[in-house]
Design a binder for this molecule. Structure first.
Ligand code: SAM
Ligand code: SF4
Length: 317
């Protein structure tokens, strides 16, 4: 479906849970989320019905996210259902990777073609610090499992955090030379009011270009990342700059939260509830949400945080 500003909306980010087995400092409060009532969350059937309705309106790609999607009990059956939905051409998942040693192959068999794994540091102590509870060895085992399972693409997502991992840009980039991995550097977005990292922690993606002057431009794909590659590298490097350079003009996505709210824009508090609706009701709300997509989001900066009204794990990053 085409929105009011001529953008073709073909991409749904489906959050299947707000819960997570980590507590990344830029994403989630230390004490986790205030657990919502089970009956307020979308059921598997409602998620699949929403995907079916979205496909009828032209959604072709679904990214399953969260919270941590792999802690969701029926994640395989959700992935299978999404992959079998008529009109859906691509199912991807974003995960912290910790549960991939058990789940990578079953996810592949369930129809997931691509996986993005979040990894902000290559240092064990720093990993434990940023995630508040994770083990780097477990994340690395997850990345290996994803490579072994034969996904079309395995990507690493790294949030750039000044004073935390800016010194690791070359080492992280080196992964693309040694392994068939793509890497995305993502600018830190100021999502939470009481966030751990203030203005000093934001660094623009241009810091990556400075740290890696040998980067060469690559042909762009349909995504929002500016693509480049280290000479001779197996994988490419993408720079995602939601703060320093908005990509709203080419935004093709909507989001569905685990508690059943369609969000037309990540940084707006506008939400369209679908919990409990029948198929026609879902179609109506999806149409309304697409037509309500703003032309662009407000200026994001360390001083003016997102108006999303939710933390990232509650939206589906
Ligand atoms: N748990 C999964 C994971 O970590 O990949 C999926 C959900 S997580 C919310 C999705 C992505 O959002 C991750 O790559 C994470 O690093 C990113 N993210 C979370 N909070 C962010 C923030 N404030 N700014 C930029 N990216 C953020
Ligand atoms: Fe969990 Fe992902 Fe948020 Fe980290 S970024 S707390 S892994 S949802």
């Amino acid at each position: 479906m085409i929105d009011e500003y001529g953008r073709e909306i073909s991409y749904l980010r489906l959050s299947v849970t707000e819960l997570c087995n980590l507590r990344c400092r830029y994403c989630m409060p230390e004490d986790g989320v205030c657990k919502k009532r089970h009956e307020d969350m979308l059921t598997r059937e409602e998620m699949l019905d929403a995907v079916k309705a979205a496909a009828e309106l032209g959604i072709r790609k679904v990214r399953i996210t969260g919270g941590e999607p792999l802690v969701k009990r029926d994640i395989l059956s959700i992935c299978r259902g999404v992959a079998r939905t008529e009109g859906i051409e691509e199912v991807c998942i974003t995960t912290n990777g910790l549960l991939l040693p058990e789940l990578a192959k079953p996810l592949r068999e369930a129809g997931v073609s691509r996986v993005n794994i979040s990894l902000d540091t290559l240092d064990e102590k720093k990993y434990a610090y940023i995630t508040r509870r994770g083990s780097l060895a477990a994340a690395v085992a997850g990345i290996k499992a994803a490579l072994d399972a034969g996904f079309d693409k395995v990507k690493i997502n790294t949030v750039l955090i000044g004073g935390f991992n800016d010194d690791e840009i070359p080492a992280l980039a080196e992964l693309t030379r040694r392994y068939p991995l793509d890497l995305r550097f993502i600018e830190l977005m100021p999502m939470l009011d009481d966030r751990e990292f203030g203005p000093e922690a934001y660094i623009p993606c241009s810091a990556v270009m400075k740290a890696l002057p040998e980067l060469q431009p690559e042909p762009q794909d349909k995504g929002v990342a500016r693509l480049c590659r280290l000479p001779g590298a197996l994988g490419c490097i993408g720079l995602i700059s939601p703060v320093s350079s908005h990509f709203c003009a080419s935004c093709n996505r909507i989001r569905l939260t685990a508690d059943g709210k369609i969000k037309p824009c990540l940084h707006s508090d506008q939400e369209f509830p679908i919990k409990g609706l029948d198929h026609e009701g879902m179609l109506r709300q999806l149409r309304a949400a697409i037509l309500a997509k703003p032309p662009c989001h407000q200026e994001l900066s360390a001083q003016s945080p997102s108006h999303a009204g939710r933390s990232m794990n509650q939206i589906g990053g």
